[in-house]
Every structure is written in structure tokens, then in C-alpha cells.
Ligand binder design. Structure first.
Ligand code: NAD
Ligand code: G6P
Ligand code: MN
Length: 441
């Protein structure tokens, strides 16, 4: 009989938690579970999600033990995997991350530019705390981390917890690969073999083949040149702002037509366009609070009230199956090839060996084995060097409590026009983040 695993979801009150639970339930055959626990530091928020998940689990898999708690010892004892997706400061702070830079005419985004830097300064402590709970109560466990900004969080764990069993991942590349698969008429991105390199939310595909080794790049190129990553048949339910991002990939692609870009590069390469198309009074955080958060929490409340899952409309999070692929690869030593955020250590040979890069790895019981990328072109190398310096300066600013390094980090971001604008943004962010950032000297 296959071993059964115990999982704790950290950030149990996340809007993504119900989707992850449904996805875990859909994958029990390949990733069998004996226990699911939720942990969050906001008990009231978590309870709404957890009570609904309790109803779902009772219907679909009553044999799985279920519990939720704000107590670290209860949460992190006897677990094999920590699946983490916390948002320190929650949506009200995301809203500030987005709106403060926009007030200064600069990109306001969850993970990119000054907003992402502010979020990083909040996340580092929260994520380290979870790593430490895991190591204290379940020292053999693995932490699979979705918590953003993943680039900064990954650099912080590289610097401060180099031996910890934490793997940082992102669902953007697989989301884009799903669209590429649709473009070439394949059922799934798993029917493609890709090469990709970069930083998190900052990378490029250099090769896409089918399983017979046929090059799929020309057909994808023809489509992307006209429509970006908007697939031939529109997916229902894609929000307008995301659709714009997928369409804009056409312009981002034009800068290096021999590759395909991550959609997040638009914030660095077309910041003027992004600012001109932003509403400083109503940003993505507002959209998410008005749509996803409202929908998830009202569905959960309805399910709990009725005592049956059919009373709500919770959707399985297909993207999150990536996290099951990763857990399965570790649990059963599958050696699956996956994109992970790992120390470069020569994989990109003309790039900082101490940078955290997003590249293909083979994953087994002892973790990831990165594949070689080789030499990258000057355009990408230049952009990545600048961006990785930003990420490292943020982590150094957090460690040293240094105002100066944070000012340097914001100044160095390609989204920011000058040191004076950087300082003005920093001073506003500092005021807004008083309760979350270390006190800067
Ligand atoms: P959310 O605000 O709905 O949920 C986050 C939860 O984390 C909240 O319930 C909050 O109370 C909890 N939390 C905050 N600080 C905590 C701490 N120190 N300890 C324990 N719990 C804490 O947010 P969401 O939109 O559902 O997103 C969750 C996270 O997942 C975010 O970081 C988001 O950026 C990230 N995410 C990442 C990817 C990726 O590609 N890596 C994809 C999707 C979402
Ligand atoms: C993608 C990215 C995540 C990011 C999310 C934002 O999935 O990979 O890192 O957090 O988009 O989505 P949202 O709907 O919250 O704006
Ligand atoms: Mn991501």
C-alpha cells in the first residue's frame, strides 16, 4: 500500500485554500493523504474557509483527518509537507503596495517594482517564521512555498536558512504553457518539453517541443506575434485585466522574437504603458477583493450554513496541481522535470552563481537537481543582473534594517525613473508599513 501523507496548509484563510483542497482530493490516487491541517494567524478568517472545507472533506474523503488551528505546535507537528501561501498584511496592504507607487507615476504591482519590494519587506519575516515552525515540530518535512514575492522570499531563505528544505514555486509559467498548448492544439502542457530561464516573474522560454522532439516554437510564434498569449478560443471567466496582460505579451515578445517572455516582464519593459493604463483609485487588489475574495468567502459561508458542498460554487484550482506534482516528485522520487526557483550555482554560466533563478530541475526525494542552461544573451543578462541586485538589496535591507539599501533597491528597479522619485515612494511606503517592516536605521 502507498504511504499516506500529512499536509498542513499555511495561510489556511487564503482565497486559494478551497481550490487547493479540491485539487488534493482530485489527486488522492497519486498523492494519498491521511491528514490535512490548516494554519493561519488570523483565526476568524481561516475559520470561514475551514468550516466549508470540513463539509467538503466529510462528503468526499471522511477517512482523512482534518483540523485547523492558530497554534503553531498543533499545526506543524507530524506533517510531511507544508504548503504555504501566506499574504502578510492581506489585501488592504496589497492595495497600498499598488496605489502608493502609482501616486508617484510609477508601476503599482503586487510583486514587481516598489510595491513588490514593500511586500517583500513584510513577507520575509512571516515566511521565515513558518520555516522555523516546520523545522522545530517536523524536522523531516518539506515546505512548498507559493507565498509572494517569491523572488525576494527565495533570496531571503537562501541567505538566512540555506539548509532548510524549502522550495519556492510559481504558477505563472505553467499558466502560460497551458495557453501555448492550446495554441498548438495539445490537450495539456504536459505534452510539451520546455527550456526556460530567468528570475521569478522575470524569465524567457528558449525551446518548446512536443514529446517527439518536434519544435513547436514556429507555430506559437505565429500566434504570439498577432495575439500574445490570448488563445484561439477564449477561455470563459478570464478577467479583463489578465486578458490585457496576456495580449500585451505580443509587444514584450517583440524585444526578442527568438524566445517567449513571462507576462510579468511587461512591468519592467513597458512601465509607461502600464501606468497609463492603471486607475490609481482602483487597482488589482480592489478587483480581487470585489471578485475572488467575495466569491470564495460567500461560497464558504453558504456551504457551512447548508452543511453541503452543493450550496457554494468553489472551483478546483488546476494550477495548484503543480504543488501536487512537486510533492509527489519528492514523496515518490519521480524525477519529474519542473521549473523551480533555485540557487544558480553555474546553471546559467554567465550569471551570478549566488542568484536565485527559475530554471528546469529534475525533482526527487532529495530535492531538485537543476539542469544546465548555459550562456544567456546580453539583453537578458543585463536585465537580470539589475533585477537580481534589487532583490538582494531588499533582503540586505531587511537583515541590516537599512534605509539606505532599501532606497538603493527601489532606485535600481527598472520601473523607477530616479532616486528622488524612489525616495518619495519609499517614505510613503515606510509610513504605510510601520506595523510590518523592521524599524529602519
Ligand atoms: P489571502 O490574503 O486571501 O490569504 C493569505 C492568508 O495568509 C490570510 O488568511 C492571512 O491571514 C494569512 N497570513 C498572513 N500572514 C500570516 C502569517 N505570518 N502566518 C500565517 N498566516 C498568515 O491571499 P491570496 O490572494 O489567497 O494569496 C496567498 C498567497 O499566495 C500570496 O502571497 C500570493 O501572492 C500567493 N500566490 C502565489 C502564487 C505563485 O505563483 N507563487 C500564485 C498564487 C498566489
Ligand atoms: C499569478 C502569479 C502569482 C500572483 C498571481 C496574482 O498566478 O504567478 O505570483 O500572485 O498571479 O493573481 P491575482 O489574481 O491575485 O492578481
Ligand atoms: Mn508567481
Amino acid at each position: 500500500m502507498k504511504k499516506k501523507f500529512s499536509v498542513v496548509v499555511a495561510g489556511g484563510g487564503s482565497t486559494f485554500t478551497p481550490g487547493i483542497v479540491l485539487m488534493l482530493l482530485a489527486n488522492l490516487e497519486r498523492f494519498p493523504l491521511r491528514s490535512i491541517k490548516f494554519y493561519d494567524n488570523d483565526g476568524a478568517r481561516q475559520e470561514i474557509v475551514a468550516e466549508a472545507c470540513k463539509v467538503i472533506l466529510k462528503e468526499q474523503a471522511p477517512e482523512i483527518e482534518f483540523g485547523y488551528t492558530t497554534d503553531p505546535k498543533t499545526a506543524f507537528s507530524d506533517v510531511d509537507f507544508v504548503m504555504a501561501h501566506i499574504r502578510v498584511g492581506k489585501y488592504p496592504m496589497r492595495e497600498k503596495d499598488e496605489k502608493i507607487p502609482l501616486r508617484h507615476g510609477v508601476v503599482g504591482q503586487e510583486t514587481c517594482g516598489p510595491g513588490g519590494i514593500a511586500y517583500g519587506m513584510r513577507s520575509i519575516g512571516g515566511v521565515l517564521e513558518i520555516v522555523d515552525y516546520m523545522e522545530k515540530y517536523s524536522p523531516d518535512a518539506w515546505m512548498l512555498n507559493y507565498s509572494n514575492p517569491a523572488a525576494i522570499v527565495a533570496e531571503a531563505t537562501r541567505r538566512l536558512r540555506p539548509r532548510s528544505r524549502i522550495l519556492n514555486i510559481c504558477d505563472m509559467p505553467i499558466g502560460i504553457e497551458g495557453r501555448m498548448a492550446q495554441i498548438v492544439g495539445l490537450k495539456s502542457r504536459k505534452e510539451m518539453q520546455v527550456r526556460y530561464y530567468g528570475l521569478n516573474h522575470f524569465g524567457w522560454w528558449t525551446s518548446i517541443e512536443d514529446m517527439k522532439g518536434n519544435d513547436l516554437m514556429p507555430k506559437i510564434r505565429e500566434h504570439v506575434a498577432k495575439h500574445g498569449y490570448v488563445p484561439p478560443t477564449d477561455e470563459p471567466g478570464v478577467e479583463a485585466s489578465w486578458n490585457d496582460t496576456f495580449a500585451k505579451a505580443k509587444d514584450v515578445w517583440a524585444l526578442d522574437p527568438s524566445t517567449f517572455p513571462n507576462t510579468y516582464l511587461k512591468y519592467y519593459l513597458f512601465p509607461d504603458y502600464v501606468v497609463a493604463h492603471s486607475n490609481p483609485e482602483h487597482t488589482r487588489a480592489n478587483e480581487v477583493m470585489e471578485h475572488r475574495e467575495k466569491h470564495v468567502f460567500s461560497s464558504c459561508a453558504a456551504i457551512t450554513k447548508a452543511g453541503k458542498s452543493s450550496a457554494g460554487e468553489l472551483e478546483i484550482d488546476e494550477h495548484a496541481s503543480y504543488i501536487v506534482d512537486l510533492a509527489t516528485a519528492i514523496a515518490f522520487n519521480t524525477q519529474e522535470r519542473m521549473l523551480l526557483i533555485v540557487p544558480n550555482q553555474g546553471a546559467i554560466n554567465n550569471f551570478d552563481p549566488e542568484a536565485m533563478v527559475e530554471i528546469p530541475c529534475l525533482v526527487g526525494s532529495n530535492g531538485p537537481e537543476p539542469l544546465t542552461v548555459g550562456k544567456i544573451p546580453l539583453f537578458q543578462q543585463g536585465l537580470m543582473s539589475q533585477q537580481v541586485a534589487v532583490e538582494k538589496l531588499v533582503v540586505e535591507a531587511w537583515i541590516e534594517k537599512s534605509y539606505l539599501k532599501l532606497w538603493q533597491a527601489i532606485t535600481l528597479s527598472k520601473t523607477v525613473p530616479s532616486a528622488s522619485v524612489a525616495k518619495a515612494i519609499l517614505d510613503d511606503l515606510l509610513e504605510a508599513n510601520k506595523d510590518y517592516w523592521p524599524e529602519l536605521k
